[in-house]
Design a protein around this ligand. Structure first.
Ligand code: ANZ
Ligand code: ZN
Length: 833
């Protein structure tokens, strides 16, 4: 590539440029979205908000660069874009850090917020700084409490005594979702079970809607995330079947998805930690009881996820009790084991070892019989090996055998037949189960939203009246925040002791605080009116902006946060507070930033510091590198990219604007046609690319346009050509999406202000036609040559080109020509004499 000789590399100085524009943007706030007179159509682009647990890191830099490209793109397309930011500032990271440093979590949190905010401003995030929120501030959590109260009124918030996941290190309960492979998500301590009185949100009431409405998101959410949501909700269709228990008056229900295998049941298993197991073991011999008690002790320490794992050795205790199979009267021994969960279905299963792997593993471990009742074949039509010897359950489809009247039926027909029969006899009915559990929202920690409930000896659980909200957290001073199994708030005696809102007698405040996922379940609505004091959000503004057009964030939140937000939105919809059902119309998950093949972590010593990268290469180069590295969903390895090369490219782009000599507003139509075609084509394609999230290709196209423009300046049209100005302005607008400082500086050199609202080029369709078309040259109707010609080629020029083409000359071999028929630009027909 040629450069003008007067090029002076030192003249593009990102430090000067950053220093020049950051104060201007601080002053002008180009991304304010709350002007009521603004008539532009609206878009709501939302980035997941950060925890203020330190300064921004490379992961933030990637996510916010991508969200920013989207927001800035829609601004350039003429939309009033709401692109807000805030802080998810309650929760364990802040609290633990505060405990470790002996500081008040408030001050620590606010300091970190200030630091992150300054970094975001420097990073040129196009946030609307008038709408900032932080969930630890009373003006935010006031409305958590208000929403909790609405949930409580509707019976969607309730308290129950149950065994919960307990992290012995953090001394707090965890939602199932916060237990990863049996370990606490935060500190990797093995999670145990503890019986406690806890607050729940009844998300299971919404299981069907949460599942069915996923259909609406198909195509605009990553299919992987939709599948994860589906699995998490885990709807299962089957039947409840009644079994009599010898020596017990009431029969019990078991849940099965395979009533077709009833004849293959050879024993029954109840969850070791269920009430039923405890009841059945009553009256058993002392040694059975003792073995059972010891076993239950072990079981309580294991997580549900471990318990369900198929590769785990099976353990259990025979309870010395028997059940009766309703279809054939057979006597089935009853065992207690941990692979059956107490809170799924009825906490009891009929075990069909031939056709269920976990039952088979258990049967083989305990030496229990295996009976095949389905003739399952492999691909070659041969019967699969006997599960009793192979150790592999025959879980496929097949024909029923060893099952009396049912023999010969297919699996599906047998399920219908036996279900109908059981239903007739009153022994069974169809049933559904979900993997999804109610959402456990109470935490025994200080740094969260206090639950707005007062416990009164006479009135019980009393909601704090709306006009007494917010219930502010008492100061941390004087409280021991260290986790100890009960909430630190219990020690704030003055705060705890209150009077009952109903009867006025002395009563006590609930001392639990809310899971921070409550905060993030509706924050997108609070951005609409972060300062509103008489409600959580304004219905008019909700109509104007919500739901979110584009949500951007990490796939780590693919289950919990999205599920909870979807639940909140549906509950709010039912309360008439919003008129839509899904909060996030479209979702983009960015990849991760890695270093040398693995996630950055202190222990690996491969952490790249964002601040250092920004100091060395400049904000624009880092942003451009993030965006250019690949499709947004892909992980980026910082060892493979080159922010230095990005800086060189930006310098090259910047010099275009420096070199333009025409006046702003000059009519481009008289300019160099080829350059104009490139400019218009680039803008046209980049719009499509940006809307398809192919921002890396947008950057590549911009680079091409920079090269073409440079050629035009140096060896073609020259710096005064109006097409050169048009191209340089287009480059500035394109760069404003990824490299706003450089773009703003270019824009200013080009004689304009505020590149963010520069506006997308009005693409001239007539300039988009292909660069060349193929012209066929025929002699006496026979094709002799194909020529690539410009579509606008004139007849005379085309005739000359055709007659001069070497192959045509050879084919004519000096013959005289009678006529040449030219149909520009496609056909030339030569007729010799
Ligand atoms: C007999 C049977 C035979 C089963 C067979 C499966 C295959 P999903 O699809 O996950 O809902 N089950 C029922 N309650 C359970 C509990 N509390 N803990 C663990 N397992 C339980 O699974 C339903 C199946 O899981 C049920 O169908 C039951 O085993 C087992 F060839 O019943 B099945
Ligand atoms: Zn009372």
């Amino acid at each position: 590539m040629t450069e003008t000789p007067q090029t002076d590399e030192t003249r593009y100085n990102f430090r000067d440029i950053e220093e020049r524009w950051l104060p201007v943007w601080r002053e002008t706030q180009p991304f304010r979205s709350s002007d009521p007179t603004d008539e532009r159509p609206t878009k709501y682009v939302l980035d997941m908000f950060p925890y203020p647990s330190g300064d921004l890191h490379m992961g933030h830099a990637e996510a916010y660069a991508l969200g920013d490209v989207i927001a800035r793109y829609w601004v350039q397309r003429g939309f009033n874009v709401l692109h807000p930011i805030g802080w998810d500032s309650f929760g364990l990271p802040a609290e633990n850090a505060a405990i470790n440093r002996g500081l008040d979590p408030r001050g620590w949190t606010e300091d970190n917020i200030a630091q992150q905010r300054a970094s975001m401003e420097r990073y040129a995030c196009s946030f609307d700084w008038d709408r900032v929120l932080a969930t630890h501030r009373p003006e935010y959590y006031h409305w958590n409490q208000w929403l909790f109260t609405r949930m409580h009124e509707k019976g969607l918030a309730y308290r129950k005594h149950s065994a919960v996941n307990w992290c012995p290190k953090d001394q707090t309960v965890l939602a199932n979702e916060q237990v990863v492979a049996g370990l606490c998500e935060r500190c990797d301590t093995p999670v145990t079970k503890k019986k406690l009185n806890q607050w729940y949100f009844k998300i299971t009431d919404y299981a069907d809607r949460l599942l069915d409405d996923l259909q609406e998101l198909e195509g605009t959410w990553p299919s992987k995330v939709i599948a994860m949501q589906r699995n998490w909700i885990g709807r299962s269709e089957g039947a409840d079947v009644q079994f009599r228990i010898e020596g017990r008056d009431e029969p019990i229900d078991i849940y099965t998805t395979r009533p077709d295998t009833l004849h293959g049941a050879t024993f029954m298993v109840v969850a070791a930690d269920s009430d039923l197991a405890a009841e059945l073991v009553q009256g058993a011999d002392a040694d059975v009881k003792q073995a059972f008690d010891a076993y239950v002790e072990e079981v309580r320490a294991a997580s549900d996820i471990d318990r369900l794992a198929t590769d785990r050795p099976k353990t259990g205790v025979f309870l010395n009790r028997y059940a009766t199979n309703p279809v054939n009267g057979e006597r089935l021994p009853i065992w207690a084991s941990d692979y059956v969960l107490a809170d799924y279905g009825h906490g009891a299963v009929m075990a069909v070892p031939a056709h269920d792997q976990r039952d088979l593993d258990f049967a083989r471990a305990m030496d229990l019989p295996v009976r095949v009742v389905l003739d399952v074949r492999d691909e070659d039509g041969k019967p699969v090996e006997d599960p009793a010897t192979s150790g592999v359950a025959a879980t496929g489809d097949g024909t029923v055998i060893n099952s009396g009247d049912l023999d010969g039926l297919s699996k599906a027909d047998a399920i219908s037949a036996i279900s109908a029969d059981l239903e007739d006899k009153g022994l069974g009915k169809s049933a559904r189960n979900y993997r999804l559990r109610d959402w456990l929202i109470s935490r025994q920690r200080y740094w969260g939203t206090p639950i707005p409930i007062v416990h009164c000896d006479d009135c019980g659980e009393v909601r704090v009246p709306d006009e007494q909200l917010p219930i502010e957290l008492p100061p941390a001073e004087g409280l021991d925040l260290k986790p100890k199994g009960s909430s630190p708030l219990g020690a704030a005696t003055e705060w705890v002791n209150t009077e009952c809102p109903d009867c006025g007698k002395p009563a006590k405040r609930d001392t639990d605080t809310m899971d921070t996922f409550v905060d993030s379940s509706w924050y997108y609505l609070r951005y609409l009116n972060p300062q509103k004091t008489d409600g959580p959000f304004d219905p008019e503004d909700t109509k104007k902006w919500a739901p979110i057009d584009q949500y951007v964030g990490g796939v780590t939140h693919a289950i919990l946060h999205l599920l909870y937000s979807r639940f909140f939105t549906k509950a709010l919809n039912d309360m008439g507070l919003v008129d839509f059902n899904e909060p996030f119309t479209a979702l983009l998950n960015q990849g991760m930033v890695q270093m040398e093949g693995s996630a950055m972590s202190k222990s690996r010593g491969n952490v790249v510091r964002l601040g250092e990268q920004l100091d060395e290469f400049g904000v624009d180069s880092v942003r451009l590198t993030m965006v250019f590295a690949g499709p947004p969903e892909d992980d980026i390895d910082w060892a493979d990219v080159s922010p230095g090369a990005s800086a060189k490219f930006l310098a090259r782009a910047w010099r275009l604007a420096r070199d333009v000599t025409s006046e702003p507003g000059v009519d481009p139509s008289t300019g160099d046609a080829a350059l104009r075609a490139s400019t218009h084509k680039t803008m046209h394609e980049c719009a499509e690319l940006a809307e398809g999230f192919r921002f890396n290709v947008v950057v590549a196209r911009t680079m091409e346009l920079v090269n073409v423009t440079r050629k035009a300046i140096d060896s073609g049209a020259g710096p005064a050509d109006p097409a050169v100005r048009e191209a340089a302005e287009a480059v500035a607008v394109l760069l404003s999406l990824v490299a706003p400082y450089c773009a703003e500086d270019m824009w200013s050199m080009l004689g304009h202000e505020n590149v963010a609202r520069g506006g997308w080029l009005d693409v001239d369709e007539s300039l988009l036609v292909e660069d060349t078309v193929t012209c066929v040259v025929q002699i006496k109707g026979k094709v002799r040559e194909r020529l690539e010609v410009p579509p606008s080629i004139g007849e005379d020029e085309l005739r000359e080109m055709a007659l001069a083409a070497p192959r045509v000359v050879r084919a004519l071999d000096g013959a005289e020509i009678r006529t040449v028929i030219v149909r520009a630009p496609k056909v030339v027909n030569i007729v010799p004499a």
